[in-house]
Write a protein that binds this ligand. Structure first.
Ligand SMILES: C[S@@+](CC[C@H](N)C(=O)[O-])C[C@H]1O[C@@H](n2cnc3c(N)ncnc32)[C@H](O)[C@@H]1O
Length: 246
């Protein structure tokens, strides 16, 4: 049985299922929907890629997941316009001493994100601090801090190094979870043969997928970690640091 094609028989049915899931899942707060619309408009006007934003349903999932885990401290690698960071903030609304640190390169998307964090902040939401610079350089400056949830959604070739830094500097609390996005990269990680039409985009996308494969292999073979990869959106790897590693 071809599991995926049985469950998602055509592109139209898949789209309909995603829309159904969005409509029948707890709605995201209106200001986050508004920020998504503003981000898309901003991206179109500034020649940035709207595809960078997490999917609407993924936004609902990040909010829900933050709530479910009772998260207090979030680290995000890859802020872009701040959309996913606002989802985490909503998930931690009302949680005492909660905080979010998000990393990205200096530039206009970071300026836009910072303005949004200011615009949508309330006394009930945790503060969001955006640190600009190459994540490989800014991550080590967080030594001494620990996070319950780390969302990796930046440059794909960097994932493997970010994981090493996180583990070497104990940035993840034992029992904490890393959520790594895009780890199946449009199917290329599992199948980069000619069967996958994405390969026609050139060798760079295949090389990028190879780095994600290395990340996934490192995760599953590291005895300190336990994980599950879900083939939803562009692929999510949920990675938990075992408690006995404390
Ligand atoms: C997919 S977007 C993040 C989207 C965001 N999580 C959201 O859904 O709202 C990836 C971001 O990673 C940033 N990025 C790329 N390379 C980076 C690096 N070396 N260090 C820090 N950030 C980087 C990009 O500037 C971009 O804004």
């Amino acid at each position: 049985m071809h599991f995926a094609t049985e469950l998602f028989p055509t592109a139209e049915v898949t789209e309909a299922q995603y829309n159904y899931a969005i409509q029948h899942s707890t709605a995201i707060a209106p200001h986050i929907d508004q920020h998504r619309a503003e981000s898309i408009k901003w991206a179109e006007e500034n020649d940035a890629e709207t595809v960078m934003l997490v999917h609407d349903l993924e936004a609902q999932m990040l909010f829900w997941f933050t709530r479910m885990m009772g998260v207090k401290k979030v680290l995000e690698i890859g802020c872009f316009t701040g959309y996913s960071a606002l989802c985490f903030a909503e998930g931690m609304k009302g949680v005492p001493d909660a905080e979010i640190i998000t990393l990205d390169l200096p530039g206009i998307s970071s300026d836009f994100a910072r303005a949004a964090f200011e615009k949508y902040k309330t006394p009930a939401h945790p503060p969001i601090t955006l640190i600009e610079g190459f994540a490989a350089e800014t991550l080590p400056t967080l030594a001494g801090k620990q996070f319950d949830l780390i969302f990796i959604d930046a440059d794909k070739p960097g994932y493997r190094n970010y994981l090493d830094i996180i583990l070497n500097l104990n940035l993840l609390v034992p029992g904490g979870v890393i959520v790594a996005d895009n780890i199946l990269r449009r199917g290329l990680v599992a199948d980069s043969s000619d069967r996958n039409p994405v390969t026609q985009e050139g060798p760079a996308v295949i090389a990028q997928a190879k780095t994600l494969d290395e990340f996934n292999k490192k995760v599953v073979s590291d005895v300190r970690l336990e994980n599950v990869i879900l083939p939803v959106f562009d692929g999510l790897n949920f990675v938990r640091l075992k408690k006995e590693c404390a």
